[in-house]
Every structure is written in C-alpha cells, then in structure tokens.
Design a protein around this ligand. Structure first.
Ligand code: GLU
Length: 465
C-alpha cells in the first residue's frame, strides 16, 4: 500500500473556519486510512501583515479540539524563508526565472491590455527578461517565473477529474518580492517538496494554483504530488458560507456548545455519503473505515445548520458524552457558576432537557428557571376552578411524600388524579406554571426531581386561591 505524506497548510490570518476544518478532517481521514502515512500541519505565515500568533494558536487548539492529530514537528513556513530563496536563486541560475523591475504603472497598463484581449497571453512583463542590465542587478527587482506561452497543462485531479489549462493563460507569477521575501506560490511548493508531500488535499479555490505551482516542480525536477481539490462549502442560499449564515469558526461553534463528533459527522457528509443510508450517524473511527475520497462530489456542498443541530442533539444526548457537557460548563462563566453552586441540579436540568436542545448554550435560559429566586414571588392570577378545588389536597399530598423518587412521585400523582377524577392537564398545566412560569415543558415529575421537595413546595405555595 502506498505510504502517503499529506499536509494541512492553513494561513494564520483568521480563526479556523469550518471549511478549512473540513479540509483538515479529510486529510486526517485519508492519512489514517493508509498505514505509515503522515499528516503534517504547516502554518503558512509568510504574509506577515495578516498573520498573527493568536490566529495560529486558535487554529492549533481548534484542530486539537476536533480530535485531528498530526506529526509532532509542527511546520512554520516563515522559518524556511532562506531555503525558499535558495530555490528561487537556482531557478534564476537555470534561466527558469528572471528579474523584473517593471513599475506598478507599467504593469497596470499591460494588465489592461491583457484583460481587454488586445494581448492574448498573460505575460505581464516583456521587457526585463532580455534586458542584461536588469538581469545583472543585485537589488530592487522581483523574481518572476518563466511560463511557456504555448502548449497546455493537464491535471488529473482525484476529485475534479481531468482539468486542462493553456499555458498562455498562465502569468509569469512572482516568486520573490522586491523586499526579498518569497511568495506563497514559491514557499508552498518548496515546503511540500522538502517534507516529501506526495498527496495534496486542499480547497478547490487553489485549483488554478496547481497550474502555476507545477512549473516550480517541473523546473526543479521534483516529483509532482497527486492532487484532490475539494469543493468549497456554501450556505443554504448557495453563497459562500459566511457569518451571515451562522457561526463559521470552530471557536464560535465550540462556544455555542456544538460537539466535535457532530461537526465531524456533518462535515464528512458534505458531498459524500456512506453506502447504506441509515449509516448517517457516523463517528470518526467508522468514517476512517468507510470514507472514499474519490467518491467525493465535485460540486459545492451545502452546509445546513439544521442538519448540524440534528447531529449535535444526537451526540449531546449520549451518556458517554456527559464529560463533554461538564467541560463545556467549565468553559462558560455563567454555567461554571451554577456548576459550583449545585452540580447535581445542573446535571438534572441537562438530562431532562437534552432531548429538546440542539446545543449546550440553549441551556442558559433554561437553567435560569431552576436556579433563580424569582419564583418566590406570589402569583396573582387564577387558574381554573377544577384546579382550585384540588390545590390544597395536592399540596398536602406533596408535603407527605417522603420517598422523593421518580417512580414513587409518578405513582402518587397518578393515584391522586384517579381519586379526584380529573384529567391530567387540569393538574399538570397549572402545576408546571407554578414551578416554571410556563404551561409547557417537561413532565411535572421531572421538574419535581430537579427542584427537590423543599423548592417544589416553595414554588407551589406561590398561589392564592
Ligand atoms: N495556505 C493556503 C491557504 O490557507 C493553503 C495552501 C495550500 O493548501 O496549498 O489557503
């Protein structure tokens, strides 16, 4: 079996986006499917103006939170700049690149002609390459790669299929800027080659870059990796997934109380599905055994928050994930406070309501009901006569329950209803209102169990007939 060397290469110019998380996930799944294969994480921080340490940390912690693992030696692109420049120099020496001193105005003028079709190649500079004076300069130039103006390039992409581009459509792109810093286009190829990367999975916004980057491989006589350009994620309205649609960064999803397993489940089903439909709930280990990268759809995938909520509700209900709930509470100052006041009660609330919530943050309003003292206020409203008749007896019944267990309370209530010959809602609705200020919600026995006997009685007594 082929040993694959893969990499995930984010630029630390923002927090980890859900689309990038998907690229990382697919890289991780792919490498995990192939024994002895490797996944490197490379922080592409050569754009010094937009890259920050904070974003770098966010990317790393978001990936860790998601459960993605990579080789120990984290790659930092900016540490390899000298090596990138060395390759540029070698391209210059071999006449595969040239120095260019065209001014911005000259380039703009030429670009205008290219765009209007007056010139039918993308060759932006036609003067410098053959100007010996320019080529012997020591400083003050950019280095451009030399792309042939005839012929065409073919990429056999694992997902996009065969893609062809004519060489005249490719520009002599810059390898090294005037300030002697390498561009992304150069650094990415040098680093991938030096790491031994032989399989590149990345967003299809980089598809066009393949046709540029391949020349660096070719000119350096390096082996060109295989490619899988995965489609971008769109929102349900068809536009690129952005904040308008909801939380798009992993850190925001985490703060709202989404679980990594739900995010992974949702992401992997974008453009791919397991053979059996009822395998829709699929966890990482199972994904690794079933996922097939070559069956991934090449059209843009629609990200649905409704679907994510559905998966999240599934995973947050699992008993095995209760630890994740506790961790979440510790990361949220309001819930952490309550955790310290009464952990047992908080967990009871969670267990009663978990079937109805799609993310942990929704609990914030709910816990308020059970921890707030507002409920000591009297209630100045009248319930129906049928309830008023039985109210005092019901209070007595509750007062006399000593075995405060779910089954027992349920039984006592059932018998009370039978004895008084009333329908359950006659009792249930007003009682629920007294306990939670809402006629609808969980069963009153569940509410009794959360509140405990003393608080239950306190709240029930708010009513004056
Ligand atoms: N650093 C690039 C980005 O964040 C990715 C480069 C690549 O995967 O080739 O878009």
């Amino acid at each position: 079996m082929t040993v694959y060397i893969t990499r995930f290469a984010p630029s630390p110019t923002g927090n980890l986006h859900i689309g990038s998380a998907r690229t990382a996930l697919i890289n991780y799944v792919f490498k995990s499917q192939h024994p002895n294969s490797k996944l490197y994480l490379r922080i592409e921080d050569t754009d010094k103006e937009r890259s920050t340490e904070e974003y770098k940390k966010n990317i790393i912690s978001s990936l860790k939170w998601l459960g993605i693992e990579w080789e120990n030696n984290l790659q930092i692109q900016s540490l390899n700049i000298n090596r990138h420049l060395e390759v540029a120099k070698s391209l210059l020496e071999n006449k595969k690149a040239y120095k260019c001193i065209c001014s911005q105005d000259e380039l703009a003028e030429r670009r205008k002609k290219i765009n209007s079709g007056e010139i039918n190649t993308k060759k932006i500079c036609i003067t410098c390459e053959n100007n010996n004076k320019v080529q012997s300069l020591e400083i003050g130039y950019v280095i451009r790669i030399k792309i042939p103006t005839t012929g065409k390039e073919i990429l056999k992409d694992l997902i996009q299929g065969q893609v062809e581009v004519n060489n005249y459509e490719i520009d002599d792109f810059v390898l090294v800027r005037k300030d002697n810093t390498p561009t992304y286009m150069l650094s990415v190829v040098v680093d991938d080659h030096d790491l031994g990367v032989n399989f590149i999975i990345r967003g299809d916004d980089h598809l066009n870059n393949y046709f540029r980057q391949k020349f660096i491989y070719q000119y350096m006589k390096w082996e060109i990796p295989e490619y899988a350009h995965i489609p971008l994620i769109h929102g349900e309205d068809g536009s690129k997934l952005s904040k308008r649609h909801g939380a798009v960064n992993l850190i925001d999803l985490k703060n709202e109380g989404y679980l990594p397993s739900a995010i992974i489940n949702n992401l992997i089903l974008l453009g791919w599905s397991p053979k059996k439909q009822n395998d829709e709930i699929i966890e990482l280990a199972n994904i690794i055994s079933k996922f097939e990268i070559k069956t991934l759809s090449k059209s843009a995938s629609i990200f649905s928050y409704k679907k994510l909520d559905y998966f999240n509700n599934h995973y947050l209900r699992l008993k095995t994930n209760i630890k994740i709930f506790e961790e979440y509470c510790r990361s949220n100052s309001a819930l952490e406070k309550l955790l310290n006041i009464d952990k047992e009660k908080l967990f009871k609330v969670f267990n009663v309501y978990k079937k109805d919530i799609s993310k942990y943050i929704e609990l914030l309003d709910i816990v308020e009901i059970y921890f707030s003292n507002n409920f000591l206020k009297k209630i100045d409203k009248n319930f129906e006569q049928d309830f008023n008749y039985i109210y005092e007896d019901f209070l007595k019944l509750i007062k006399n329950i000593n075995n405060w267990e779910y089954e027992n309370i349920n039984l006592e209530i059932k018998e009370f209803i039978k004895k008084n010959n009333i329908k359950f809602p006659v009792l249930g609705k007003p009682v629920r209102y007294l306990l939670t200020n809402d006629y609808n919600g969980p069963s009153i026995t569940d509410i009794f169990m959360i509140l405990g006997k003393t608080k239950t009685l306190e709240r029930l007594k708010r009513y004056n007939i």
